[in-house]
Design a protein around this ligand. Structure first.
Ligand SMILES: [Cu+2]
Length: 303
């Protein structure tokens, strides 16, 4: 390619590009607003946990503030790229010492960030505070690509567990030398009672997973070698939610929110919110894991 051709391409591009940038503002910006509202029925329904209701105003404020900043800066960015496009005979000017302007765009965003940070931090401390009252404790374990949950059983105590006890059958590595483990049970669905605080102890036996309950605004990573904790209190039963959404097949779902491998998308579990009475009934129906795997009683308790 000779110099003349290169110059011609260069001139053509510097003529077209500013107009493309202007077109971007005209099409993209209204497009974002339009589709946000167009698909608003696909948004998550109002949270069904006590702390979730407090997250809503924080989430909305953050979205509005960052949204305004986004539109303002993007519109200016693309507009200026158009307005000051290359023109024969126009020289760029170098401006300096605009202290007031620099203070303006440094201090205002800084204050906005501090405000959001403090609000979020106060709320997070409240969510992570030790729950009071009649707490339902559940041991949760992630594995590629399943969730396992263990309940304390009649004695209200989760028995010990350890990685050394994990095998093909004892997925959660329950330690049966601990009497607290004897009546623990592992259901295929999570049941929790409405109105009682739930405390989850979250573990993983392989890679990082993330325990995500979108309807409850609960999300906590499962980190190898650690037990992470998260608390929440459900405010709406599954039956009430089915009525509210007019969908008799609706179920709350646990999802994995950390890309953890090939079958990550399928790593989910159903969570049922019962009335306290239904929950009591369900608890009574559960059989201890040990009663279904009696061979483990021999293996560990005879040692
Ligand atoms: Cu996962």
């Amino acid at each position: 390619m000779n110099k003349e051709t290169r110059d011609r391409i260069d001139r053509t591009l510097s003529f077209i590009q500013p107009w493309l940038l202007l077109g971007f503002i005209i099409i993209f910006v209204p497009g974002v607003v339009f589709f946000t509202f167009y698909y608003s029925d696909k948004f998550l329904p109002y949270p069904v946990s006590e702390h979730g209701r407090e997250i809503v105003p924080l989430f909305n404020t953050t979205t509005i503030l960052t949204g305004l900043a986004f539109f303002l800066t993007q519109i200016l960015l693309f507009f200026f790229a158009f307005r000051y496009r290359k023109k024969v005979g126009r020289q760029a000017r170098y401006l300096k010492n605009f202290l007031k302007l620099e203070l303006f765009w440094t201090v205002i965003p800084a204050l906005a960030f501090i405000f959001l940070f403090v609000w979020g931090q106060i709320l997070w401390a409240k969510i992570q505070a030790e729950p009071e009252g009649d707490v339902v404790e559940i041991d949760v374990m992630g594995e590629q690509f399943n969730w396992w949950v263990r309940y304390p059983g009649q004695d209200g105590e989760l028995g010990r567990s350890g990685f050394e006890y994990i095998d093909q059958v004892n997925h959660m590595g329950i330690d049966f030398t601990d009497p607290g483990s004897l009546d623990d049970f592992i259901p295929m669905q999570i049941h929790i009672p409405k109105g009682r605080p739930v405390k989850l102890h979250i573990r993983t036996r392989d890679v990082i997973h993330s325990f995500f309950l979108p309807h409850f605004r609960v999300k906590m990573d499962a980190v190898p070698g650690m037990i992470t904790k998260v608390n929440f209190t459900a405010t709406t039963t599954t039956a009430e939610m089915r009525e509210k959404l007019n969908d008799p097949t609706f179920n709350y779902e646990v999802a994995c929110a950390e890309l953890c491998g090939r079958m990550h998308f399928a790593m989910k579990m159903i969570l049922v919110v019962d009335t306290p009475e239904e929950y009591g009934e369900w608890l009574k129906e559960q059989k201890s894991w040990l009663s279904q795997h009696p061979e483990y009683r021999i293996n560990y308790t005879s040692q």
